[in-house]
Design a protein around this ligand. Structure first.
Ligand code: F6P
Length: 541
């Protein structure tokens, strides 16, 4: 494949960028009254207004040309067809099969996978229904009221984000907790006030080997056996979700409570697989199914909508525009919905683990920037914290602003305030405040340099009717495919995570060294050696 920077579209984009980089959104809007209409698109229940970006029609034309030259559509079709697009692990990346309706056939290595997906979904539905209705009881016959999800990374962020996002649809008589960190404080806090007789642990791990999860699972097991006084209790208080059924069985989890998934589902693309068991227990099988239908609607939109109206494609290309041409290092995700508090963290793994790569598919070190840093907080909280830097700092930080027209809380009058803030922030970021405007408003002249806001800060506005399960599915799939688009432009493998896995290996080496007797001779760098020795001393070893 031609190097990205040598493609005709890239070169044209570079020239075009030099020409328009200083254009102000004020001018772009003044020059084109039809801009808001022209730069907006709709699909799968989501509306995207991307008019407050530093773009012209020519920018979009060239970005779409770039997508064509980089074969984004071809790669997308390969993904949907179950081809081994995760080349470094020789795997398909087929999360779209997780939400394919019953009866559709999608093949991996010649065999249909959708029937298997629905078998697991049915088993999850039956388990969730028995649990929610109280038919499934614990070891002492008590109803299960607490669910503790133990998992990390993709086996944690999705379940926790979705549980919070869909709280309004959840069973309020049940308690849900999420344990990820190997710091024992995480498990301790999550279980301190729980009655073991009413508690179910779901151990989520694609590999069932991850240190944090295995440690917390063992702690949970010991906690339960100690509280209930019997090993036999484990069968009634543990469920597991994994691709490693052998590992789960060895741990001693009842076969009836094991839910599988497949190597073609990446951890960060797994919240709609059995990894979402806690979500299904919280909101019920029908709502889970509605969430899957939202995912599927966005899959279909991505697969069939024309490029110029294709939401994930546009979102991905805009990210490339700022990342590669404006040199923006980060993208902010600002959901104006308290229930989406964990969406930025979820998208952080989705995007940074997928596109934080420095070699292309041929193994060559790239000569361009890849995945941006993703971060964010819900609005309006962020406004009283870091928005100052967004408005008046020296860095360009494009932001995705996300809002919902219908309130979910009974305090409906507050919703207008929330939405007014959302619209006002995007407006202020784009248009700023000039010195003339400030003086006309009576601001003292000496203050104007400090109070003036340059504006020209780009935002995408994503609007939906309400934060319901279906919308959540569409929203997550929107970002999954935007990440895919960016990875395809950069020609990187968005589905492996070798860097993340290195950390797992490095820690295993140090674990025995922390106890003085196990390995007194240290052979790390001098800094790491000294830190280990200091730690040993402070722990009295
Ligand atoms: O550290 C990287 C990673 O492999 C993630 O990709 C994954 O989501 C997480 O660890 C947890 O892995 P597992 O589900 O196998 O426990």
């Amino acid at each position: 494949m031609t190097t990205l920077t040598a493609t005709p579209a890239w070169k044209e984009l570079a020239t075009h960028h030099a020409k328009i980089k200083d254009e102000h959104l004020r001018t772009l809007f003044a020059d084109d009254p039809g801009r808001a209409k022209c730069f907006s698109a709709e699909g799968a229940g989501l509306f995207l207004d991307y008019s407050k970006n530093r773009i012209t029609g020519e920018t979009i034309r060239l970005l779409l040309q770039l997508a064509e030259e980089r074969g984004v559509t071809k790669r997308r079709d390969a993904m949907f067809a179950g081809e081994m697009i995760n080349t470094t692990e020789h795997r398909a990346a087929l999360h779209i099969a997780l939400r394919a309706p019953r009866g559709i056939r999608i093949k991996v290595k010649g065999a249909d996978v959708v029937a298997g997906v629905h078998q697991v979904l049915d088993a999850m539905a039956s388990f969730s229904t028995r649990l929610r209705s109280g038919t499934f009881t614990g070891h002492t016959g008590k109803r299960i009221r607490n669910v503790v999800n133990i998992g990390i990374g993709g086996s944690y962020l999705g379940p926790e984000m979705a549980y919070r996002a869909l709280r309004s649809f959840g069973d309020r008589s049940m308690t849900f907790r999420f344990v990820a960190n190997v710091d024992g404080a995480d498990f301790n806090e999550a279980t301190l006030d729980l009655d073991a007789e009413e508690t179910l642990f779901i151990i989520c791990s694609k590999t069932f080997t991850t240190l944090e999860t295995m440690t917390n699972a063992a702690t949970a097991r010991a906690w339960l056996v100690q509280k209930l006084g019997s090993e036999a209790a484990v069968a009634k208080h543990f469920a597991a979700v994994s691709t490693n059924i052998e590992g789960v069985t060895k741990f001693g989890i009842d076969r009836a409570n094991i839910f599988g998934f497949w190597d073609w589902v990446g951890g960060r693309y797994s919240m709609d697989s059995a990894i979402g068991l806690s979500t299904m227990i919280a909101v019920g099988p029908d709502n889970f199914s509605a969430m899957l239908s939202g995912f599927h609607a966005m899959d279909e939109h991505f697969r069939t909508a024309p490029p110029a109206r294709n939401l994930p494609l546009l979102l991905g290309l805009l990210s490339v525009w700022y990342n590669n041409f404006f040199g923006a290092q980060t993208i902010g995700i600002m959901p104006y919905a308290a229930h989406l508090a964990r969406l930025p963290a979820y998208l952080q793994q989705l995007q940074m683990e997928s596109n934080g790569k420095h070699v292309d598919l041929d193994g060559h070190v790239v000569n361009y920037q890849t995945g941006p840093i993703i971060w964010g907080e819900p609005g309006t909280d962020g406004q009283h914290s870091f928005y100052q830097l967004l408005h008046q700092g020296t860095k360009l930080i494009p932001c995705d602003m996300i809002g919902f027209c219908q309130p979910l809380s009974p305090f409906t009058e507050q919703h207008d305030l929330l939405m007014a803030n959302l619209f006002a922030q995007a407006e202020a970021l784009a248009f700023g405040r000039t010195a003339e405007e400030l003086i006309a408003e009576g601001s003292p002249v000496f203050q104007t340099p400090f109070r003036a806001m340059e504006g020209n800060r780009p935002t995408n506005m994503i609007l939906a009717n309400t934060l319901d399960p279906k919308t959540l599915g569409s929203l997550v799939a929107l970002y999954e495919h935007s990440v895919f688009t960016q990875g395809a432009i950069w020609a990187i493998d968005s589905f492996d995570q070798w860097g993340g896995e290195l950390g797992k290996v490095m820690a295993s080496r140090i674990i025995p060294e922390l106890s003085h007797c196990a390995e007194p001779t240290l052979s790390h760098d001098v800094s790491t050696n000294a830190l280990i020795i200091r730690y040993r001393q402070m722990r009295g070893r």
